[in-house]
Design a protein around this ligand. Structure first.
Ligand code: ADP
Ligand code: MG
Length: 608
């Protein structure tokens, strides 16, 4: 076989979105493991040390490289995977830009050993900061082993931007999962220094999920339903979580043609199918694999971005939604069905003693919270609150979920209003008052978070928040990959009252000159902004809404009164009134309880 690597013509190279390929240790892991996959490896071994800071090593038994190719591989835009612009539209390999190894070698110390099956001897190359220190012929196994040491050894500033070991490890694992889940036919080993973290034998997708995420206590595969649909537009297969296993933290993966992707729009299709089946604060796990004609998708947006554009998004949305609904529908009719028999009986089996009641919601279409210019205190039936608690299991509020604002104000019978108007603060933390059914207790901080969250959401949506100027601007230094997210949310932050000046010279450096009026001090403003960026990054769901919600929640948490704060009577009255004016008032946006009721019976039973 002759040498296979060649330089891409400039025109093609420029057509490819350039970017900062190597952000952190996890980027190295991703690029090296993808290369191993592209080299048809069947066993891939990953070793890291110090959360990847000092070492990321990937060894494969793939096809290896010739001596010339081994040297060429480190040139920018050197690739064996595409030759001309046209090839960009039919990519079947993980890599194609030919810039990963060059980028890695420019910011770290790299040693590579590689040998092709047909060669007797292999090649050893030592390269750092793009300078080749050594190239020699060596004896080595078939395949390639690349050792990347001391990331950012030559750029201390970038090294300082790396996050804590835990965060970096999480990123490493995340990249590892995203590849390991797609290739169950490849054996993966993962070591943190000497400690074996994963040993994933060759298996099928379901077992691979089990091996990665399951534990002896938690059998993953029993929690999953399989899905499969073939159409001429797209093939969809994979697994979705049974509703009862939905959790706060779930495993959610979309892949297209073997590549991990984020897709907020498709995510909504999946979530919508679970509507009414899971708790408001939970979300289902899913592992969904799309196969599409490469001509109909665009993966060339940005090397570190995982968003992928489809030509027929709406049609695929419908297909996906129907696929998930069908699987859940089959499962729900026979709730006790065993996973291994899943899908077997197609006929609804109904027991005579159970009546199926369709879920109902009622609302008052005349209610308009902004209708009256003069604010009228809503006639609250405090007793109805209790009903709401009983119905909590059926309460499907999600963050930003649609619940009718009028729901709580439905029964307006004045005589049911029996709140004493007396508020009592317990332990500087809870507000207690008596209601018709018993005793109502409100967590003051959670209540305030809900009130402020709704307020911030309105400000973002109406694009007019109040700002207070800072006498002494605060510097905000961003990490390069945070910068992208920050740019995305900057205008939203302005809507709530933030003001920024950029420094010009350093595009990652900003001065914060104004903050939302509700925030009492600027002391932790940088932490707050970093928190917002982190949340936005990890947000799932519809992109724009998710961003708004994460911003509003961070701000609300930061501005809300604290546990331990003494409240005057007026403050308590005002807070409770504001709380009940919120459409959703028994949970914070992230699902924490705001209030609890002790019924008269419960109280009486304590005295028997
Ligand atoms: P890309 O993967 O986009 O082509 P890279 O910089 O990641 O660019 O790799 C450059 C080239 O080096 C690849 O096209 C491939 O020919 C070769 N290469 C890299 N890693 C391996 C490997 N593990 N086994 C065989 N060849 C490899
Ligand atoms: Mg590559």
């Amino acid at each position: 076989m002759s040498d296979v690597i060649h330089l891409l013509p400039d025109a093609v190279a420029n057509q490819i979105a350039a970017g900062e390929v190597i952000q952190r240790p996890a980027s190295i892991l991703k690029e090296l493991v993808e290369n191993a996959i592209d080299a048809n490896a069947t066993i891939i071994r990953v070793v890291i040390a110090d959360a990847g800071r000092t070492l990321v090593q990937v060894t494969d038994n793939g096809k290896g490289m010739s001596a010339t190719d081994a040297r060429m591989a480190f040139e920018r835009h050197a690739t064996s995977k595409i030759k001309e612009a046209q090839d960009l539209f039919s990519i079947r390999t993980m890599g194609f830009r030919g810039e990963a190894l060059a980028s890695i070698a420019s910011v770290a110390q790299v040693e590579m050993r590689t040998r092709r099956e047909e060669d007797e001897l292999g090649t050893f190359i030592e390269i750092a900061g793009n300078r080749v220190f050594k190239q020699e012929t060596v004896q080595c196994d078939k395949g390639t082993s690349i050792l990347v040491k001391n990331l950012f050894f030559n750029i201390p500033a970038r090294r300082r931007f790396l996050k804590s070991d835990n965060v970096e490890k999480r990123h490493l694992l995340q990249e590892f999962y995203r590849i390991a889940l797609v290739y169950p036919d490849v054996e993966f080993l993962f070591y943190d220094q000497d400690e074996e973290i994963f040993n994933l034998p060759v298996s099928n997708t379901k077992l691979r999920i089990e091996h990665v995420f399951g534990s002896t206590k938690k059998k993953m595969s029993q929690q999953l339903l399989s899905i499969e649909t073939e159409t001429n537009l797209i093939n969809i297969r994979g697994f979705i979580g049974k509703p009862e296993y939905a959790q706060k933290q779930s495993h959610q993966y979309f892949f297209v043609n073997g590549r991990f992707m984020r897709h907020p729009y498709f995510y909504k299709a999946v979530l919508a199918a679970y509507d009414q089946l899971i708790q408001p604060t939970e979300s289902p796990s899913f592992f969904i694999f799309f196969e599409a004609d490469p001509q109909t998708i665009d993966i060339n947006i940005h090397p570190t971005k995982t968003e992928i554009k489809f030509e027929n998004e709406q049609a695929i949305w419908s297909i996906l939604s129907a696929t998930v609904k069908e699987a859940l529908g089959k499962f729900n009719i026979i709730p006790s069905i065993d996973f291994d028999r899943e899908g077997a009986p197609d006929i609804p089996i109904l027991t005579s003693d159970k009546e199926i009641i369709p879920p109902k919601t009622s609302f008052n279409p005349a209610y308009n919270p902004f209708g009256n210019t003069a604010y009228k205190r809503p006639a609250i039936d405090w007793n109805d609150l209790y009903k709401n608690f009983e119905g909590e299991k059926k309460d499907h509020e999600t963050m930003g979920g649609q619940r009718d604002p009028a729901l709580m104000f439905e029964s307006k019978s004045e005589d049911a209003y029996e709140n004493s108007g007396h508020f009592f603060q317990l332990k500087n933390r809870y507000i207690i008052t008596s209601v018709k059914s018993g005793m109502l207790m409100i967590d003051q901080r959670n209540a305030h978070i809900r009130v402020l969250f709704d307020q911030f959401m309105r400000e973002i949506q109406n694009k007019r928040g109040m700002s207070q100027q800072l006498l002494f601007p605060e510097s905000l230094q961003l990490m390069p990959d945070d910068y992208l997210f920050f740019e995305q949310i900057k205008s939203e932050l302005r809507y709530v009252g933030f003001e920024f000046l950029s420094e010009g010279e350093d595009k990652y450096l900003y001065q914060v000159t104004g903050i939302p009026a509700q925030l009492k001090s600027a002391s932790s403003i940088v932490t707050l902004l970093n928190d917002i960026i982190e949340r936005v990054k990890n947000a799932t769901g519809d992109a724009v809404t998710a961003i708004h919600e994460q911003i509003a929640l961070s701000l609300a948490e930061s501005a809300a009164i604290h546990t331990g704060q003494v409240l005057e009577k007026e403050a308590m009255t005002q807070l409770v009134e504001q709380l009940f004016a919120c459409p959703i008032h028994n949970h914070t946006p992230d699902g924490k309880k705001i209030m609890a009721i002790w019924t008269e019976e419960e109280i009486r039973s304590r005295f028997q």
